[in-house]
Ligand binder design. Structure first.
Ligand code: C2O
Ligand code: CU
Length: 481
């Protein structure tokens, strides 16, 4: 990092502050990560094709990694729409096994939620499935396979979904970063064993290689002084991120796609499994410097990528004073006075102390459950398939208040499909700001209260987005009728 250099530059650099207005902010939102759709079928429908491919994740001298990918690349093509436009495409399955695509965080009609075996039949090998809907909210989302999910997402079946605001933020550049984590062998191939029981009963399948947009520690070329909107997406099966941007001035402007009143994070930017964070970052560092972005969630700090400032003179020397507030979220406000309250106790896993739980209607000992590859429960119910009684049944339009209590030794980012939930309290204390989540991280021993208006009819999944935890039992159905 360039701590000292940056500090010296900041106090000595004094340039005209206002030259940016009208000159640089106009042509601002061209995505730097530009794999757009090329494939179209005869009907003129864009295609998202799930197939085998290779991707040079690690780079020379390692061979490219065999992956499963949408349109041949990890991440898959960036799907970018204006708010109000229709997302319309054909998902084509060229894998050897069934698949489906879920639009993570988008309040879709239930039939298009893409959970194979729940909201639609799996898309069989050689078949396709058409999708048409208007995403109701602007923001940063992502799409991923939702069949044999730990393996399909783990092999690369995901991509970014960006719904632009009608009035985009005034920035000089926009970057979309999908972070992922791979368990690679010495030849850079993916290590098998997506059903590993140690992973499933501990923190999930944590890998040994972190990629940013499918590359190991890529340098991202930017210009000194630019204001950047950085859309972060955690696409890893199990890894949590806590990112350090060094001394760069930055503001969080959205979480899980929904606007927050901008604030400067105190310390690290936390990005739980499946989560998104939108940042406005001012690249106030000298030309030709490289600013590493490091992850500090685990013991060993790891570089995930680097902002490589080119040699051009700084665009400006202090943050522009243009506003970057995305306004308030348009989500329905929970009616707390009239809420259905549901306690959800998260149980099981290694060091969790769960003795027994119910699987397929039968009480089973933890030893039995473990033998069946099941380690986790919600309210002593172990998920198995989707053909089970809902944990919650609610009439359409009612408010539901969920009280998550984590009685396990691991963090669980709890994802509710089809809705966003408003954070009400953390260990009994109200949050310092209004935050909506589609994936709520609940730390060990924590109690987190959230609420949402159940306004989207369907049988929705509620599950831990450490994908191996869901596979091993941590999931339930919320029925809105
Ligand atoms: Cu991001 Cu059930 O999924
Ligand atoms: Cu979990």
């Amino acid at each position: 990092m360039t701590g000292i250099g940056l500090w010296m530059w900041r106090i000595t650099g004094k340039m005209k502050r206002r030259t940016f207005l009208g000159t640089t902010l106009a042509a601002c939102t061209s995505p730097a990560f530009g794999r757009v759709f090329k494939t179209e079928n005869q009907a003129g429908r864009r295609e998202l094709v799930a197939r085998r491919s290779t991707e040079p994740l690690v780079g020379m001298p390692y061979p490219p990694t065999p992956v499963w990918a949408f349109n041949g690349h990890v991440p898959g093509p960036e799907i970018r729409l204006r708010h109000g436009e229709t997302l319309s495409l054909a998902i084509v399955n060229e894998l050897d096994e069934p698949t489906s695509v879920h639009w993570h965080g988008v309040r879709v009609p239930w039939r298009l939620d893409g959970v194979a075996g729940l909201t639609q039949p799996p898309i069989l090998s050689g078949e396709h499935f058409n999708v048409d809907f208007v995403p109701p909210d602007a923001g940063t989302y992502w799409y991923h396979a939702h069949a044999n999910t730990p393996e399909q997402v783990g092999r690369g079946l995901y991509g970014p979904l960006i719904i632009e605001e009608a009035e985009p933020l005034a920035v000089d550049r926009e970057l979309v970063w999908l972070l992922d984590d791979w368990r690679l062998a010495p030849d850079a191939s993916i290590v098998e064993g997506f059903d590993d029981r140690h992973d499933a009963s501990h923190g999930g399948r944590i890998g040994n290689t972190i990629t940013l947009n499918g590359r190991l520690r890529p340098p991202i070329r930017v210009r000194s002084g630019e204001r950047v909107r950085l859309r972060l997406v955690n696409a890893a099966n199990a890894r949590q991120f806590a990112l350090d941007f060094g001394d760069l001035p930055l503001q969080v402007v959205a979480i899980d796609g929904q606007p927050v009143r901008p604030y400067a994070p105190d310390g690290l930017v936390s990005l739980p499994s499946a989560g998104r964070v939108d940042l406005v970052v001012d690249l106030l560092a000298p030309p030709s410097t490289t600013l590493e972005v490091t992850d500090h969630y685990y013991n060993e700090p790891t570089v995930v990528g680097a902002l490589a400032l080119d040699a051009q003179a700084p665009m400006r020397n202090s943050p522009p004073d243009t506003p970057f507030d995305l306004g308030a979220s348009a989500l329905p406000e929970p009616a707390l006075g009239d809420a259905i309250e549901v306690d959800i106790v998260m149980q099981g896993g290694a060091m969790g102390g769960l003795r027994e739980a119910t699987l397929d209607g039968e009480r089973r000992s933890m030893r039995d459950l473990a033998a069946a590859g099941r380690f986790w429960a919600l309210n002593e119910l172990v998920a198995s398939g989707y053909d089970t009684a809902p944990l919650i049944k609610v009439a359409r339009g009612r408010t539901v208040m969920l009280r998550f209590q984590n009685d396990t030794a691991f963090v669980h980012p709890m994802h509710l499909h089809g809705h966003h939930v408003k954070l009400l309290s953390l260990n009994g204390r109200p949050p310092t700001r209004t935050v909506w989540h589609d994936s709520v991280p609940v730390a060990p021993d924590q109690v987190v209260e959230v609420a949402f208006v159940a306004d989207n009819p369907g049988r929705w999944l509620l599950h831990c987005h450490v994908l191996e935890h869901h596979m091993a039992g941590m999931g339930a159905i919320v029925q809105v009728a």
